[in-house]
Write a protein that binds this ligand. Sequence first.
Ligand code: CP
Ligand code: NVA
Length: 335
Amino acid sequence: MLADKEITMNLKGRDFLKLIDYTPEEIAYLIDLAAEYKAKKKAGIPHDDFHGKNIALIFEKTSTRTRCSFEVAAHDLGIMTTYLDPGASQIGKKESIADTARVLAGIYDGIEYRGFGQEIVEELAEYSKVPVWNGLTNEFHPTQILADFLTIKEHFGRLKGINFVYMGDARYNMGNSLMVGCAKMGVNFTASAPEKYFPDAALIEYCKKVAAENGSTITFETDPMKAVKGADVIYTDVWVSMGEPVEVWEERIRELSPYQVNTELMNAAGENAVFMHCLPAYHDLKTGVGREMGEKFGRDSMEVTNEVFESEQSIVFAEAENRMHTIKAVIAATV
Ligand code: CP
Ligand code: NVA
């Protein structure tokens, strides 16, 4: 079935930098391809069709899910990986992005990059003759959205018409990418936070236009209880992202705690709503940062309570597993 689609859907050589660059049909194709790879993996059917290929994984920020997903996905496809950890390469310090891109493109068949500004991964792609995949920048986290949408599709059987509510800091990588993804896939997107946490005005304008073309809406609501009325999915992310200064915790806690995903909020959405989070999450005090900030500010959780995180409505671990299947689809489609 997908083999037929592949004839019209040739993504070979394409970068995967942000969902803005992809059509709804291409995004749907990647999600379906991921589902097909997932089924093969579960059935024990080998799919190592890419022997002899090699990919480089550059991480200028830490990672569990994204790194492990790229490594396992590549291994399942028969591809060898090289992991370059934060600080272990010359990138940016002794060698420019443009030079790094041309060096690695001569050795590898694809390059994953996780780091800071979106402009860095865009520059890497500009100078690389092999596909570059964005493994998270400050602005976008596109591979995460594929996993989120595969998970929603598995749970609800569809994407179109789903009411998706994002609570908290909506102007960073997760809020931005989810808004774009929802607009492209006909999902109704609502962000709930104080106004200063809403995405960039130009991105909102673009998404409203794209959403209208795809039959969905983009809305903003400062009242969290109003925002979650009729929600199918309630999503949140950390209040302080990687690379942000520790000093912002105080302000974020003060301004975003009314938007914490707790049982009252889930109840306002109803029992059929699910809770999602890209992870890692500060839902208890069992992490170094969670404990330090929890003790400092007298809290036992941040963006989501432990009760919601551990509840039946939480589908965060199915979502995390889908990172691997969707990243596999991106590699296989573009290498
Ligand atoms: N969700 C996600 O990107 O997780 P990691 O930071 O562990 O890769
Ligand atoms: N907004 C988070 C996402 C982590 C997957 C961060 O950038 O740290």
